[in-house]
Design a protein around this ligand. Structure first.
Ligand code: NAG
Length: 343
């Protein structure tokens, strides 16, 4: 009697009777019913039809919400469209299925194929390695995303860059959708002992959000770091240190970052040159960045006079050459950082 297995499996035994008691599931009841019967067959026979593969890969509503803690994105690799991604805490609120099993989903490990979707556009994908997972009595699954490659879909590079801009500029949180499929390991308490089983390709889709970087508006001038110096082209260099406080849980490594540097506005606007910080890695909390402003001329007096006549205020403006990586250059192009220098 294969159906006896069900209560020991996902707690889905009660599902058919109680589907409307689970708001998340009821929306997707038909795909969950199809998927649940596929699960039963799979656990009994370890095989799936193509139809079952499709049914299970649909969003079956088992995932209510996802949060990503300590998300690390690293864009310093050789391929501009491939970043490294990892997260120390992937928390997934799973649906509570009425029934005898707590937690409803006794998961011990997962791996995911994730798609980042914003404004209905699939922008990037990543496939995580296996990682162990625990599920608490509130049906919150906690796991980690071990380092893996996040691949920006080439046709959606502009959309992905715009999404990163939104994360940089947001003073609150930036919402988006994480969807995909999960392979989940379960330890099933069967009448004749425990059985480790992997349930492959179960679909999910959930809103999630990332804390924004507030436009890097926390940036402040710390100090001038060297006396007068000039580069090989005899351009005057102004070297300084700035502090940027990152309010969010995101770490982002972007490599060398450059900004057009201007002082004054309107008729008194003066283009001073380009400020560059090497190997920029922003992490939660305070970050000190070493910056070199390569001015447009050799004459330091002209430079200092232009600054003084504008109260020593400068704006670092992102532009199309902010990074060698187009994903990052496009993402930082709208960013403007205001500073008051002293010397
Ligand atoms: C999950 O099960 C598979 C075998 O199906 C195994 O290769 C993998 O290491 C397991 N992972 C975890 C984290 O439990």
């Amino acid at each position: 009697m294969k159906l006896i297995l069900i209560p020991f499996v996902l707690g889905i035994s009660a599902f058919a009777a109680n589907v409307n008691a689970v708001p998340m599931l009821s929306k997707r009841a038909s795909s969950f019913v199809d998927s649940a019967s596929c699960v039963v067959v799979f656990l009994a026979s370890a095989s799936r039809t193509e139809t079952c593969k499709t049914d299970m890969a649909a969003d079956v509503g088992a995932v209510v919400s996802i949060t990503l803690d300590s998300l690390l994105l690293d864009f310093t690799g050789p391929d501009p469209l491939t970043a490294k991604v990892s997260s120390k805490g992937l928390k997934v609120q799973l649906a509570k299925i009425p029934g005898p099993i707590t937690p409803s989903f006794p998961i011990t490990g997962t791996r995911e194929v994730m798609v980042l979707n914003d404004n209905t556009v699939d922008m990037a994908t990543f496939s995580t390695p296996w990682s162990s997972a625990t599920v608490d009595n509130m049906n919150v699954m906690t796991t980690t995303v071990e380092e893996c490659a996040l691949k920006v879909i080439p046709e959606q590079q502009a959309a992905f860059s715009k999404f990163i801009t939104s994360v940089i500029m947001s003073s609150t949180t930036q919402e988006f959708i994480l969807k995909g499929t999960v392979d989940a390991n379960f330890t099933l308490p069967l009448p004749f002992g425990q059985k480790a089983t992997t349930l492959p390709g179960v679909g999910f889709s959930s809103k999630t959000s990332l804390g924004g970087l507030n436009g890097l508006s926390s940036a402040s001038f710390v100090r001038r770091t060297t006396d007068n110096s000039w580069d090989a082209n005899k351009m005057f260099l102004f070297n300084f240190e700035i502090k940027i406080t990152i309010p969010s849980q995101i770490s982002i490594a972007v490599g060398d970052l450059s900004f057009n540097t201007v002082t004054g506005t309107g008729a008194s606007r003066v283009d001073l040159g380009v400020s560059t910080s090497k190997d920029v890695r922003l992490a939660p909390g305070d970050n000190l960045l070493q910056v070199t402003l390569t001015t447009k001329g050799s004459d330091e007096t002209t430079f200092f006079n232009a600054l003084k006549s504008n109260g020593n205020m400068v704006v670092l403006e992102g532009f199309s050459e902010s990074s060698k990586n187009k994903v990052i250059a496009d993402a930082f192009a709208p960013v403007k950082i205001q500073l008051t220098l002293s010397f």
